[in-house]
Design a protein around this ligand. Structure first.
Ligand SMILES: Cc1cc2nc3c(=O)[nH]c(=O)nc-3n(C[C@H](O)[C@H](O)[C@H](O)COP(=O)(O)OP(=O)(O)OC[C@H]3O[C@@H](n4cnc5c(N)ncnc54)[C@H](O)[C@@H]3O)c2cc1C
Length: 393
């Protein structure tokens, strides 16, 4: 029996996971080292994803997607992530861009953008800016009515799949005086006159992904708006609630890969006349990693199940993202330590995983922001209990 806890997958979840396993073995994992070394976006993998239904996995079937639930999606993200962290991040960024359209798009927007996405033509989520990431209400890009449309001006930054995606859901201030209640979202085509991508980030890890800026000085038509006018910050947060569960799945893929690297090295590397795993200092480290991965994975699958059941996942999603990403950090750290000097040098997989994991605690809300979300929820619950509004649990 495997040491790390495994979800009991059946039906569509098992089928998608099996498909992801085959594609990862054949296509994604063999590219992982090269993508990192060359900092190259794997266009060929996007084609494979599109041909096999992974690009639009989470998109409903009526729009050309795979119709997978979140519980059916996360085993795929994990499995791809075991083979290649960059490819699992790309897969997640594709689903993240789909979300605002899925949640708040008009029928014609869903048909067009989700249909494109299912074919592998990406839409990216463009909320962050150079001047602000965590404090999304403080974005500075603006949208001002001009003629029959909207003049969008500003620069969106750190866009996942940026440059590689054709379309962007750009969040801008349409009522700057109203702060977070004055933000709207618009669909932007990177081919639009006045839209430029002129900077690609040179990253520590997930170097096969492309992260870019998007400079805007364009006129978007009125019908490019997604969702309610001035209410897009809520839409961004709803999107991130799901995105965080996907990042938790990325984290688990990476953590399992790190654990396997560490365990296989611990039984094959000998020191003082015996395999290093014969030392409790090493065996206990692996025992802790295996326990943490199992606990984190249970939380991840429960968060996805809660989402599919229509429950509010703001808290459990924050917990899953926080815990799974920090477990991935500790698993990758243990792998480097167990690989010793080799773990510190390229081209050791443990070294790459150590760099790849770092962003999991940063994007889609840093660990501090997850703790902030949870801290506020705890405060509210305790205050409500104190005032007799609800019973403490
Ligand atoms: C590879 C990559 C891909 C990305 N993809 C996307 C994308 O597709 N779309 C997109 O919109 N954005 C994306 N981002 C941006 C990402 O979401 C932000 O980097 C992240 O939200 C943090 O924002 P920041 O970098 O501005 O840090 P800051 O907000 O400046 O925070 C700096 C530090 O201060 C801490 N901090 C801030 N406020 C508090 C507080 N109240 N209490 C305690 N600590 C606090 C933070 O936790 C962090 O440690 C991506 C980033 C990277 C690196």
């Amino acid at each position: 029996m495997a040491v790390i806890w495994k979800p009991d997958l059946s039906g569509a979840a098992a089928e998608w996971q099996k498909k992801a396993e085959v594609l990862t073995e054949q296509h994604f994992a063999p590219l992982a080292e090269e993508l990192d070394r060359e900092q190259r976006y794997p266009w060929e993998s996007i084609e494979v994803m599109a041909e096999n239904g992974l690009a639009g996995l989470f998109i409903p079937k009526e729009y050309g997607g795979g119709g997978a639930s979140l519980s059916e999606t996360i085993p795929v993200v994990e499995t791809v992530g075991i083979g290649c962290s960059s490819t699992s991040a790309i897969l997640c960024a594709l689903q993240l861009g789909a979300f605002p359209v899925l949640l708040a798009g008009r029928e014609d927007q869903k048909k067009f953008y989700l249909g494109e996405m299912a074919k592998g033509v990406g839409t990216s989520f463009a909320l962050s800016e150079r001047s602000t990431g965590s404090d999304a209400a403080a974005i500075e890009a603006t949208g001002v009515q001009e003629g029959g449309g909207w003049r969008l001006r500003g620069e969106k930054y750190w866009i996942g799949n940026g440059g590689a995606s054709r379309y962007y859901v750009a969040f801008v201030k349409t009522d700057p005086a109203a702060g977070g209640r004055g933000i709207s979202a618009f669909m932007v085509d990177k081919e639009a006159e006045g839209a430029t991508i002129d900077e690609l980030s040179d990253k520590m890890g997930i170097r096969g992904t492309q992260t870019s800026n998007l400079k805007l000085d364009i006129v978007a038509p009125e019908d490019a708006r997604v969702g309610e006018h001035n209410r897009a910050l809520k839409l961004a947060f709803q999107t991130l609630n799901v995105g965080r569960i996907m990042v938790a799945a990325q984290s688990m893929g990476l953590a399992i890969a790190a654990y396997r690297e560490a365990a296989s090295r611990a039984v094959s590397r000998r020191a003082f006349g015996k395999p290093i795993i014969d030392n409790q200092g090493i065996a206990f480290k692996l025992a802790d990693v295996a326990t943490e991965i199992s606990a984190a994975r249970m939380m991840l699958y429960e968060a996805a199940r809660a989402y599919d059941a229509g429950r509010d996942v703001a808290n459990i999603g924050a917990m899953a993202k926080l815990y799974c990403s920090e477990v991935a950090h500790r698993a990758a750290d243990a792998a480097v330590q167990i690989w010793g000097g080799f773990g510190f040098c390229k081209p050791c997989k443990a070294e790459r995983l150590y760099r790849d994991q770092r962003v999991l605690e940063i994007y889609e809300g840093t660990s501090e922001i997850q703790r902030l979300v949870l801290g506020r929820a705890i405060q509210k619950e305790a205050e409500d209990a104190a005032s007799g509004k609800v019973a403490a649990q």
